[in-house]
Design a protein around this ligand. Structure first.
Ligand code: FES
Ligand SMILES: [Fe+2]
Length: 419
């Protein structure tokens, strides 16, 4: 065992259950490298929505750590994921966050090697008669498209996605996400370790002090005992519309070895009107909804991809770890595929709540990182309202240990999370 491994073993062994992680987990470049190898490159993550690549040649660039992937729609209409690393001397090929491949080719800006939309090298200047282009295709990554959401992974032998896909389809098909369009995308740069950003997303203990706007509308901001009475009426309203979305919890459980984790739950809204969330002009209802049922649907996949569905719009949260002290967070708003901007919905009022909430989150997570950087920081205990954050740290440590599930974890209700 190397000195670094011994150190890591000592840190894992000294973790106090029910408490936040030690400072090193949130700041060490070596542990960030370990996070990448053991966790982030192994799992599936959401790269975006098919509405961002509607036509052949449309591409998106998505990053993770130092890695970069081109998500492109081929001439045949398939979605492909190609490593954004040229097979000549390694330059990035696509340098914009999104765009359209000129003449149906992905051309490297350095020496102009050109690849078709399937990643095959089709042109390389002055490489000699013996040069075999067929040996220099771009590396392809596995892709799954579920309810309009594009997932990819760097793993050669990925975690099974079948039960994940089934749970996602059961919850998001009702919301009509496969037919949605992307109304807006926003990238937030957070100077903090990815685990602090995720823990923050996973708990709503902070919502009342940090998110007054969100807390006006969402039951999750309150202790469960205060809002429990809203659960049944909200479920009955949904059932009256023929809406049934089952709660699912396959997050780090031994019952699902080798599978990507997924959790789904519905939570009532305190002000159950579309206007409260989307401004004076709510967007058209999506999917199977014939009215406002007073619920919101939360779906989490793997460590980095989270989704929130309302009756008239959806919100995708993509967390993008960059380095030990840097995480990007992309927020993507979805509306009905046939809705017309300016006539059927207004981007500003549609995005106002989650823009405000995301900026508040960026600030509190950065303050959290600043405090955790102190050599005197001692991890404190999680509250009842932070049970998902607690579960996340336990899951994280078990993954870092090379385990496939949280030792001793069982399916069961957890107190509120999110925002
Ligand atoms: S590095 Fe891409 S063409 Fe040379
Ligand atoms: Fe938050």
């Amino acid at each position: 065992m190397s000195a670094a491994e011994l150190d890591l073993r000592r840190l894992i062994d000294s973790h106090q259950p029910g408490h936040a992680l030690a400072r090193e987990f949130y700041s060490s470049p070596e542990i960030f490298e370990r996070d990448m190898e053991r966790i982030l490159l192994r799992h599936w993550f959401c790269a975006g929505h098919v509405g961002s690549v509607p036509r052949p040649g449309n591409f998106l660039v998505v990053d993770l750590g130092l890695e970069s992937v081109i998500i492109v729609r081929t001439q045949e209409g398939q979605i492909k994921a190609l490593l954004n690393v040229c097979r000549h001397r390694g330059s990035r090929i696509c340098t914009e966050r999104s765009g359209k491949a000129a003449a149906g080719l992905l051309t490297c800006p350095y020496h102009a090697w050109s690849y078709d939309l399937n990643g095959r090298l089709v042109a390389a200047r002055q490489m000699g008669a013996s040069f075999d282009r067929a040996q220099f295709a771009l590396k392809g990554l596995q892709v799954r498209v579920v309810e309009g959401l594009i997932f990819t992974t760097f793993a050669e032998q990925p975690l099974s996605f079948d039960s994940t896909e089934a749970a996602m389809s059961q919850s998001l098909r009702v919301h009509g996400w496969a037919e949605a369009q992307v109304a807006h995308r926003e990238m937030y740069s957070i100077k903090a370790n990815w685990k602090l950003a995720i823990e923050n997303y996973m708990e709503c203990y902070h919502c009342q002090p940090a998110h007054p706007e969100y807390s006006k509308h969402h039951a999750l901001a309150r202790p469960f005992a205060q809002t429990r009475h809203l659960d049944r009426p909200a479920r009955l309203r949904a059932e009256a519309m023929g809406i049934f979305i089952a709660d699912v919890d396959q997050y780090g459980l031994a019952a699902h070895p080798g599978s990507e984790s997924v959790s789904v739950f519905r939570s009532p809204l305190l002000e159950p009107t579309a206007e409260a969330l989307s401004g004076a002009r709510p967007a058209p209802l999506m999917g199977d909804f014939s009215g406002f049922d007073g619920n919101s649907t939360y779906v989490d996949i793997g460590p980095l991809s989270d989704f929130l569905a309302y009756v008239d719009h959806g919100v995708i949260y993509r967390f993008i770890p960059r380095g030990a002290l840097q995480t990007d967070m992309e927020v993507i708003w979805l509306v009905h595929g046939a809705a017309r901007e300016g006539e059927d919905f207004d981007v500003e009022s549609l995005t106002a709540l989650w823009k405000t909430t995301s900026l508040q989150d960026k600030a509190i997570v950065e303050w959290n990182q600043a405090g955790v950087n102190s050599r005197f920081f001692k991890p404190g205990p999680y509250s009842d309202q932070e049970s998902y954050a607690r579960r996340f740290t336990e899951w994280y440590l078990s993954e870092l240990n090379g385990q496939d599930s949280i030792p001793g974890a069982e399916a069961g209700p957890l107190a509120s999370h999110q925002a």
